[in-house]
Design a protein around this ligand. Structure first.
Ligand SMILES: C[S@@+](CC[C@H](N)C(=O)[O-])C[C@H]1O[C@@H](n2cnc3c(N)ncnc32)[C@H](O)[C@@H]1O
Length: 311
């Protein structure tokens, strides 16, 4: 059977790279974080320790096709409810992406901390939602299941990744989603949206449990460069929001330059942008710009999520 996109990105499960080697291979990472006021030696040690702890597999049940109860009656995996996301579970099957129930769209394999952003968006069924950086569609499909009477515009710049997005939308049987192919720094003025999700391209350091290679290749100068792009994107994203609407900005990385600094940039430039509290059952660190989830909070990967209201 052809591997799904989700499964293809999952090949790092078999990565036998030793973290000790990584520390030597990329002193840029450890030195930067050990000497950083906001992180320090203890943080760096803990972050690197978690890289070697296997990540639990997690799925969302596609309730457009099957209820969670019925799914687990048919497919008897051991499972634990994920407290911060609807119809989401840790399961005891690492290769779920290769199973028939996944292929026919009864479930979607998604890392559990990556589920926080779409939950923070507080989608109300019937909303018109813009997902600006959408491929391969984890969050688009998560939103679509909640917003089955509404409309979702799922945008992706990279055409190959847009194909994976379309395939996942199709697999889950979602019919209220339009896929577009624009640069999220200048998405065309169309109409205003109730909700906008900007799950920005980032340095992805927080995916290091799944993809150890990221620690080898990370460079601070990349974070500084992508931060400039993220700032353009967040201004554009906010411009497409209705008054009273919600923008969620999220990344799977740790540098403040790609997280808090980007949200602060928006707040400094748009007087009607206001950060709101994220009210989810997830252990995290909170600051005035959003929440940070680290592996030791909930035994997941890393995420930054900010919820911003247009006053
Ligand atoms: C973090 S990933 C998105 C993951 C996706 N939201 C999900 O949950 O499955 C960021 C995406 O942004 C896309 N991207 C990068 N630059 C972009 C741009 N200028 N405009 C639109 N999309 C872009 C990347 O190709 C990548 O697919």
């Amino acid at each position: 059977m052809r591997k799904t996109d989700t499964e293809k990105t999952d090949t790092t499960k078999t990565d036998k790279t030793n973290t000790k080697t990584l520390k030597i291979a990329n002193p840029d990472f450890s030195e930067h974080y050990k000497n950083h006021d906001a992180f320090g030696e203890e943080w760096t040690k803990k972050f690197l320790e978690y890289v070697d702890i296997p990540l639990r597999k997690s799925i969302r049940i596609n309730t457009l096709k099957i209820s969670s109860d019925e799914f687990f009656r048919k497919f008897t995996y051991d499972h634990d409810k994920i407290l911060w996301s609807d119809n989401a579970y840790f399961i005891d099957e690492q290769k779920i992406g290769l199973k028939i129930e996944h292929a026919v769209g009864l479930c979607y394999s998604q890392e559990s901390s990556a589920m926080i952003a779409a939950e923070a968006l507080d989608v109300v069924n019937g909303n018109v939602v813009l997902d600006l950086c959408a491929a391969p569609g984890s969050k688009t499909t998560q939103i679509a299941v909640k917003n089955f009477s509404g409309t979702i515009v799922a945008n992706e710049l990279n055409l190959k990744r847009a194909q994976a997005l379309i395939a996942n939308i199709y697999r889950l049987g979602i019919t209220n989603c339009i896929v577009t192919n624009y640069d999220a720094c200048k998405f065309p003025e169309l109409f205003k949206f109730d909700r906008v999700l900007l799950d920005a391209p980032c340095s992805s350091l927080g995916t290091s449990r799944k993809n150890k290679e990221i620690l080898k290749t990370w460079e601070y100068k990349f974070s500084l460069a992508i931060s400039k792009v993220q700032k353009k994107m967040i201004l554009d994203a906010f411009s497409h929001l209705k008054k009273g609407g919600i923008l969620v900005y999220s990344t799977c990385t740790t540098p403040p330059e790609e997280n808090e600094d980007v949200v602060k940039f928006l707040i400094d430039n748009e007087s009607d942008a206001e950060v709101e509290k994220i009210d989810l059952k997830v252990n995290c660190e909170k600051n005035e710009y959003g929440i940070r989830v680290y592996p030791w909070h909930n035994d997941t990967e890393t995420a930054f999520v900010s919820k911003i209201r247009k006053k």
